[in-house]
Design a protein around this ligand. Structure first.
Ligand SMILES: Cc1cc2nc3c(=O)[nH]c(=O)nc-3n(C[C@H](O)[C@H](O)[C@H](O)COP(=O)(O)O)c2cc1C
Length: 305
């Protein structure tokens, strides 16, 4: 009932583990795959070793999570072993999405060239992280730069599908998504975290050491849901909807807005890996109750007037 085709990949269900959540080592990703995720995404891999920001980097608040982890990475040259271990995912039939970043287009292309040789099932471009020193260069705020990165990366990825991860902070994420599609993107992710901050009044200081961060979890859902909805009207390529999915109803909302896959991140962080099975069971339950047998019957249905 939940089987999903995404960029020629066959998934047992439409859920995917978002980038940067539990993907710190291969063992964690394999566990998430065993626990029911339809696909898993690695922590974003960068051009060179980077420690990330000082603690505190992640805090939970009543409407979600605020993080400024700061893209820690061993650098792509030190990821061979991880990719080797992740071959286990093939046996489980769970697609592996590699996530990469750079500080400029040339670095994206350099990292993508290496990662493509390792044979992941798709490569996602984190052009939208709000928590870096170069954050005012958030590529996904600019359609032209985003298209340039996508076009360059496509040139070194062969047949591996390339996903552009958009930012809710762009003036028009749908315009940026369209530019990425025109540059050759095979899919879009709607979307990354929204820039934000929280202050500890007793300390009279921002709570995160990096001061500002990215908002994820329930507070993000209506924002990224609208981006998914807008994109569905503008592009032909599949969309990964994510931001604040905590149950089957949230996931169905994204499907009805037009998503093919539903990313789950903060809910895994908060509640553990059982969330994938729970979300799928709740989706199936609702579908059976309402007389649907396939997700395609629901995809984009909220656009009907
Ligand atoms: C602690 C944390 C770390 C994250 N790290 C990354 C990352 O390395 N790369 C990336 O593209 N997105 C990263 N994200 C964003 C998530 O992949 C996801 O797009 C976002 O959190 C929205 O989904 P959610 O509300 O289900 O968490 C991170 C999010 C969190 C909470």
């Amino acid at each position: 009932m939940l089987e999903t085709r995404f960029c020629d990949l066959e998934l047992r269900n439409p859920t995917r583990l978002c980038a940067g959540i539990m993907g710190v080592n291969a063992g964690q990703l394999i566990r998430v795959a065993r626990e029911g995720a339809g696909a898993v995404t690695m922590k974003s891999i960068g051009p060179r070793e980077r420690e990330g920001h000082k603690n505190p980097t992640v805090i939970e608040w009543e409407h979600g999570i605020l993080n400024a982890v700061g893209l820690p990475t061993p650098g792509y040259k030190n990821c061979d072993e991880e990719f080797e271990e992740l071959k286990e995912l093939k046996k489980l039939g769970v697609p592996l999405i590699a996530s990469i970043y750079g500080t400029r287009a040339e670095e994206f292309i350099e990292v993508a060239g290496y990662v493509a040789e390792k044979g992941p099932d798709a490569i996602e471009l984190d052009i939208s992280c709000p928590n870096t020193e170069w954050h005012d260069l958030q590529f996904a705020q600019d359609a032209e730069i985003s298209g340039k990165i996508v076009g360059g990366v496509k040139g070194v990825c062969g047949k591996i599908p390339v996903i552009a991860k958009l930012s809710p902070a762009a003036a028009s994420p749908a315009e940026v998504g369209k530019a990425c599609e025109e540059a050759g993107a095979d899919a879009l992710c709607a979307a990354n975290t929204m820039p934000g901050m929280l202050i500890n009044v007793d300390a009279r200081k921002p709570i995160l050491a990096f001061r500002k961060g990215g908002i994820s979890g329930p507070a993000l859902k209506p924002i990224n849901l609208k981006i998914t909805y807008d994109l569905y009207e503008k592009v032909q390529i599949p969309i990964i909807g994510e931001g604040g999915i905590t149950n089957g109803t949230d996931a169905l909302e994204y499907v009805m807005a037009g998503a093919t896959l539903c990313g789950i991140g903060s809910a895994v962080w908060k509640g553990g890996t059982g969330i994938f099975r729970t979300v799928c069971a709740e989706m199936e339950f609702w579908m059976k109750e309402n007389g649907y047998s396939k997700l395609e019957q629901l995809r984009g249905i909220a656009h009907e007037k």
